[in-house]
Write a protein that binds this ligand. Structure first.
Ligand code: PLP
Length: 383
C-alpha cells in the first residue's frame, strides 16, 4: 500500500509534504515504512521534547486509559487537579491559576479573551516576525502577511512593533492597549532570541501603562531553551503565559497560566476536551521526567555541544547560528528548503524557520551519538 498516495488523495493539501511515510519512533529516531531510520530534529514542531515512546509517559497513558479518558469540566478530577497544581508550581511565582485547552492557538485565544476582560481594553501590541497560531484571534496577532491576508478582515486592534526595539513598542502601547503579546524566542520566523534588557523594559512599560504582558511560551516551554520556561532567562514574569506543544509529551494539550489580575467570571470561556484526564496524566508524567532527569540543563549542554561542533566545522553555507538550548536556527546561504531535503536524504529530519533558516529541534533526551550524526550531516550538507 502506498500510504503517501492514499493520504494525498483524501487530505486537504495544506502542508507541503516530504516524501517519507513515518510509521514508528523510539526516542530520537523515527522509522519509515521501508525500515530506514532518521534522527528526528523536527519533533512534531517542538512537541516531542521527551522523544518518542518515553516509558514513563506510556505507562501513565496506559494506566489512565484504563481508568478514565474523558470527563466534563463540570466535575472535578484527580489527574486534572494534580496537573493544575503542578503547572502553577513550576510557573513563575506570580502565576497562580491555569486553564487547560488543546493547542497553542487555543491557549493564545484564551489569553487574548481573558486579557480583554481583565483590562476592559481591546487592543494588543505584538512583534513583527511573531507567530501565535492560525485561528482568527491568534492569526490577528501573527505578523506574516502570507498567513494573514487571505483571511482578512481579522480581529481589529492588533498593532506590530519590531522585536527587541523598546522605543518602537513604547510608541504603540496606548491607553487602549489590553496586552503586549510576545514570544521569548521567535521560533517560526527562524529562532530570533529575545534580549533580556528589552523584555525587562517591556515589563516596566506594561506596568506603567496598565497593560498585561502575555508571553507565548508555546514553543519555548518545557525545557527546550535550557530552563523550564524561557522567561526565567529573561528575568521577568508575565501576567499570562501560553503553553502547548511539549506539555503532554505528544498528546494534544494547551494551557494558560495567569496572575492575580486575570480572574474571569464563571462561564467566560471554555473547552470541551480541555483538561481531559488522559492528557493530564501524560502531562504529569512528562513534567516529572523533565524535572527528575534535569532535562532543561541537558538541553543547554546538548545545544552548546551541537552548536559548538557545527561552529568548529565552519560549513561554507552557514551565515549565522542562533540558539538557546536545543532551540537552534541555522541561517543558510541561498534559502533553507533545498538543504532540508538534502538533510532528509542524509537521514536527519529538520524544518524551516522563515525562508532562510533551518530549525533543528532534537528531543532533549537525544543520545550524544545521535547528536554527532546530526552534526556530521549538517556539516556535510552545508559544507
Ligand atoms: N504560538 C507559538 C509560539 C507557536 O510556535 C505555535 C505553533 O507553532 C503556536 C502558538 C500555535 O500552536 P498550535 O499549532 O498548537 O495551535
Amino acid at each position: 500500500m502506498d500510504f503517501a498516495e492514499l493520504q494525498r488523495a483524501h487530505e486537504l493539501d495544506l502542508y507541503p509534504k516530504r516524501p517519507v511515510t513515518v510509521v514508528r519512533g523510539r526516542n530520537a529516531l523515527l522509522w519509515d515504512d521501508r525500515g530506514r531510520d532518521y534522527v528526528d530534529c523536527v519533533c512534531g514542531h517542538g512537541v516531542a521534547n521527551l522523544g518518542h515512546g518515553h516509558p514513563r509517559v506510556l505507562a501513565a497513558i496506559r494506566e489512565q486509559a484504563d481508568r478514565l479518558v474523558t470527563l466534563s469540566n463540570l466535575f472535578f478530577n484527580d489527574r486534572r487537579a494534580r496537573l493544575l497544581e503542578r503547572l502553577v508550581a513550576i510557573s513563575p511565582a506570580g502565576l497562580v491559576r491555569a486553564f487547560l485547552c488543546n493547542s497553542g492557538t487555543e491557549a493564545v485565544e484564551a489569553a487574548l479573551k481573558l486579557t480583554r476582560l481583565a483590562t476592559g481594553r481591546t487592543e494588543f501590541v505584538c512583534a513583527t516576525r511573531g507567530f501565535h497560531g492560525r485561528t482568527m484571534g491568534a492569526l490577528s496577532a501573527t505578523f506574516k502577511p502570507e498567513y494573514r491576508q487571505p483571511f482578512e478582515p481579522l480581529v481589529p486592534g492588533f498593532h506590530f512593533a519590531p522585536f527587541n526595539d523598546l522605543d518602537a513598542l513604547r510608541a504603540q502601547v496606548t491607553p487602549a492597549t489590553a496586552g503586549v503579546l510576545l514570544e521569548p524566542v521567535q521560533g517560526e520566523s527562524g529562532v530570533h532570541l529575545g534580549d533580556p534588557e528589552y523584555f525587562r523594559g517591556v515589563r516596566r512599560l506594561c506596568d506603567e501603562r496598565g497593560a498585561l504582558l502575555i508571553l507565548d511560551e508555546v514553543q519555548t516551554g518545557f525545557g527546550r531553551t535550557g530552563t523550564m520556561f524561557a522567561c526565567e532567562q529573561l528575568g521577568i514574569e508575565p501576567d499570562v503565559m501560553c503553553l502547548a506543544k511539549a506539555i503532554a509529551a505528544g498528546l494534544p494539550m494547551g494551557a494558560i497560566v495567569c496572575g492575580e489580575r486575570v480572574l474571569p467570571p464563571t462561564g467566560a470561556h471554555g473547552s470541551t476536551f480541555g483538561g481531559n484526564p488522559l492528557c493530564c496524566a501524560a502531562a504529569l508524567a512528562a513534567i516529572d521526567v523533565l524535572i527528575e532527569d534535569d532535562l532543561p540543563r541537558r538541553a543547554r549542554e546538548k545545544g552548546d555541544y551541537l552548536v559548538g561542533r557545527l561552529r568548529a566545522a565552519r560549513p561554507a553555507k552557514v551565515r549565522e547560528i542562533r540558539h538557546l538550548g536545543l532551540m537552534i536556527g541555522i541561517e543558510v546561504e541561498g534559502g533553507a528548503a533545498e538543504s532540508i531535503l538534502e538533510l532528509l536524504d542524509a537521514g536527519v529530519m529538520t524544518f524551516a524557520g522563515g525562508p532562510t533558516a533551518i530549525r533543528v529541534y532534537p528531543p532533549l533526551t537525544i543520545e550524544y551519538e545521535l547528536l554527532d550524526r546530526v552534526a556530521e550531516a549538517l556539516s556535510h550538507v552545508l559544507g
